[in-house]
Design a protein around this ligand. Structure first.
Ligand SMILES: O=C(O)[C@H](O)[C@@H](O)[C@H](O)[C@H](O)COP(=O)(O)O
Length: 254
């Protein structure tokens, strides 16, 4: 079991800056290590606006040695409002200095199966010598059904053990065609941080974090084998939890 921490903030307004400090601190640590770079995996949903607001506000942020990939992506053109890369490009990557060569995006003009293979190839080139790419930090969201990345409840992709990236063409949440990191890659990361806010997440969070009844939901299967697992929540999302949580003081380093 990884070292799991559940951190609860009064609201998303306090969570956002704490998340930005977490990313910046992990980046600094990774860049100072022998690896000399920081590999970050991004997800869509509310993370896009939160990171786009908070990351550029981090004083002196230097992203020149960052490699940025996507935990999942919708196979739609980059100028489609459903494109996660398209949103990050406009809202975040245009404001921070990640080199273009460090951004690992899908090729959305390919059919979904080839798109997944192409993205897997990009990852293996970006992580030479690593059978499974090891990200320093993956930022994940969780849907109200307990999905994370594009790994949905009861879907056969949850059992994928060979591929690093898998296609999905029957996503229950539109758009149907997506590519996603598989659980072996998610669970190989050095750190995984979920961000979940709002009262609509309270019941599913209780099930994912405290168990009890039914099969384990996809988000509950995230358990990085050698790393850390953080859940960053706001009070409404955490409202039903009875487990012990941390309530960081403002400005605390996570
Ligand atoms: O690809 C998608 O359909 C979304 O990105 C989705 O997976 C999202 O990340 C979660 O539903 C969490 O959403 P929130 O961050 O808005 O809670």
């Amino acid at each position: 079991m990884p070292d799991r921490r559940v951190l609860v903030f009064p609201s998303a307004a306090e969570l956002g800056p704490a998340l930005a400090r977490l990313v910046a601190a992990r980046a600094e640590r990774a860049c100072a290590s022998d690896r000399g770079r920081f590999c970050l995996g991004l997800s869509g949903g509310s993370l896009v606006s939160m990171l786009s607001k908070e990351m550029p506000a981090v004083p002196g942020l230097d992203c020149s040695r960052w490699v940025v990939g996507f935990c999942d992506e919708r196979v739609v053109p980059f100028d489609d409002p459903e494109s996660t890369y398209g949103l990050y490009k406009d809202q975040l990557l245009s404001k921070i200095n990640v080199p273009d060569s460090g951004v690992l995006a899908i090729n959305p003009s390919l059919p979904v199966g080839e798109c997944a293979e192409d993205y897997a190839r990009k990852l293996s080139e970006a992580f030479p010598g690593e059978e499974i790419p090891v990200f320093d930090l993956l930022l994940l969201g969780m849907g109200p059904d307990g999905h994370t990345c594009s790994l949905f409840p009861d879907h056969p992709l949850l059992e994928e053990t060979q591929k690093t990236v898998a296609p999905i063409s029957d996503s229950p949440k539109p758009p149907p065609q997506r590519v996603t990191l598989t659980l072996p890659v998610v669970n190989a990361a050095r750190c995984v941080a979920f961000v979940s806010t709002g009262g609509s997440k309270a019941s599913v969070l209780k099930r994912v974090l405290e168990g009890g009844g039914g099969p384990v939901l996809p988000a509950g299967r995230v358990s990085p084998s050698g790393g850390e697992l953080l859940w960053l929540l706001d009070e409404p999302a955490a409202a039903s939890l009875t487990l012990q949580v941390e309530r960081p003081v403002p400005g605390a380093q996570l």
